[in-house]
Design a protein around this ligand. Structure first.
Ligand code: HEC
Length: 134
């Protein structure tokens, strides 16, 4: 059976379109991996947020308590700032301009929760995840 050029061309187009649909995401997957949350870290962070009594002073999207509502905090603060803050809020209120402003607004200095680096990373993963779910 003889197949016309037109037919071949549409088959070719179809193959190319399918290839683009499947290949394009694979090509950009490097970026997606970076953005994709590490769910193990998010879960640990969520547990820490409860067990380290962050919930006593903070909500995420439920309004202010004695501390600020943490919804959107990963958008309004740099990652490095959050890391430093979570590990040493008690010294940052003397040295950091943002922390000084926060203290003026909230009056109570946030106590140092004695977090390890790993716990800090997990809590930030959790906060980021919450912000991405909005
Ligand atoms: C005793 C109350 C209290 C506890 C417990 C507490 N915080 Fe805070 N937090 C505050 C206050 C008050 C502020 C505002 C800054 C200040 O006054 O020191 C703050 C600020 C913050 C900020 C910065 C918010 C912003 O808008 O930039 C983050 C993030 C944060 N707390 C996370 C946590 C996490 C995570 C925990 C648990 C590990 C925690 N806090 C435990 C009271 C608390």
């Amino acid at each position: 059976m003889r197949v016309g050029l037109g037919f071949n061309f549409s088959v070719w187009l179809l193959i190319v379109s399918i290839a683009i649909v499947f290949v394009a995401p694979a090509l950009s997957s490097g970026e997606e991996d970076k953005a994709a949350p590490n769910m193990e870290s998010v879960e640990k962070g969520k547990e820490l947020f409860q067990s380290k009594s962050c919930v006593a002073c903070h909500t995420i999207g439920g309004g202010k308590l004695s501390g600020p509502d943490l919804q959107g905090v990963t958008d309004r603060r740099e990652q490095v700032w959050l890391e430093k803050w979570l590990m040493s809020p008690d010294t940052m209120i003397y040295t950091d301009p943002i922390a000084k402003e926060l203290l003026k607004e909230y009056f109570v200095p946030m106590p140092n929760q004695g977090l390890t680096v790993e716990e800090t990373v997990d809590i930030i993963s959790y906060l980021k995840f919450e912000d991405s779910e909005k």
